[in-house]
Design a binder for this molecule. Structure first.
Ligand SMILES: [Zn+2]
Ligand SMILES: [Zn+2]
Length: 325
């Protein structure tokens, strides 16, 4: 695509490099600058210099979703350039106060994870592990809050598609005339994005039902029929529609596997299911693991296939056999 460049930015995270996209035909626009590290900053500066720019020339910073590997560096770029910052309205709170938001989530998820059957010491470990990583992001003020259907002229018209699920406020940017979607982490070429549990936007005591929401957002990608994708990690996606369908199928298969595990162990907790499903999961992966399992239990609940009982503050799941009688 003319007037667009993809830059691969290093991150300190296990996901590896993150993709940053430059648009150069109507001023200078940076989509997802990367995390707040010196390495990321230097890589971006070197890449900008290759095209005759520096970070002080940036007019706009576009953010796909409020994860620090994507937006962490935005604050520094804005300080140098006075660039306008664009993100979905549901991402604004987390972007403007990432540490405060993280602490609010820790507070909510402590009792929540206990209610899902996770032992207390594991809960403490799981919730404290991400603390050292919070330094890779700086608060950034969003100057343009985006919603579904909004457009931005970056030399080509980008239209916003609201795709919550992997993160609240996840946005895909569609260059319809080019048949291209800048998909953030919503659709990725090699990995299945995790439907991470978070607080519901604007709430302190309600979580997102991330996986059902995520699958709805994947169906929106199918509705666009846009053929090509540029994701937040990895190579360009030459068959975006196939990749979205594959991801839906992957989740349908996993949901059936989790239904079988519930049947084998009922009544059982989400934590027990996670241990069955991923026996050797390191603590660093347990929050994503729980998000995945609870997401599938949410789907089964939405389909009236499980009943949930609660005793001693712990929720247990079993298959709803009544509907077969
Ligand atoms: Zn992400
Ligand atoms: Zn990412």
């Amino acid at each position: 695509m003319e007037g667009m460049e993809r830059i691969s930015i290093p991150t300190p995270f296990s996901v590896g490099r993150v993709n940053c996209y430059l648009f150069t035909k109507n001023g200078l626009t940076v989509l997802d600058p990367g995390p707040a590290t010196e390495e990321a900053y230097e890589e971006l500066e070197r890449s900008l210099a290759r095209f005759g720019y520096s970070s002080s020339d940036i007019d706009r910073v576009l953010i796909t979703h409020p994860h620090m590997d994507h937006f962490g560096l935005a604050h520094r770029l804005v300080a140098e350039s006075n660039a306008h910052v664009f993100a979905h309205e549901d991402a604004v709170e987390q972007l403007s106060d990432p540490i405060g938001y993280f602490e609010k989530e820790q507070e909510y998820f402590r009792p929540f994870l206990l209610s899902m059957g996770m032992p207390m010491d594991t809960v403490d470990t799981v919730l404290e592990l991400p603390e050292p990583y919070t330094e890779y992001q700086d608060p950034v003020t969003v100057s343009h809050e985006l919603a579904e259907g909004d457009t931005i002229d970056v030399g080509v018209e980008l239209e916003c598609l609201s795709t919550p699920g992997h993160a609240p406020g996840s946005l895909c940017y569609l260059a319809k005339t080019e048949g291209i979607m800048f998909a953030g982490d919503h659709v990725l070429p090699d990995i299945t994005p995790n439907p991470l549990l978070t607080l519901a936007p604007g709430s302190e005591d309600e979580r997102t039902r991330s996986l059902p929401t995520y699958l709805e957002s994947l169906r929106k990608v199918l509705d666009t029929e846009v053929p090509f994708g540029y994701g937040g990690h990895g190579d360009p996606i030459s068959t975006l529609q196939n990749r979205a369908r594959e991801t839906i199928t992957h989740h349908q298969e996993r949901k059936e596997r989790i239904a079988d595990l519930v049947a084998d162990h009922e009544p059982t907790t989400a934590y027990q299911i996670m241990k069955e499903m991923f026996p050797d999961l390191p603590a660093t992966e347990m929050f994503p693991g729980m998000s995945e399992v609870i997401g599938h239990l949410d789907l089964l609940e939405d389909e009236n296939r499980v009943v949930i009982s609660e005793s001693d503050g712990v929720k247990r799941y079993e298959l709803d056999t009544q509907q077969y009688e």
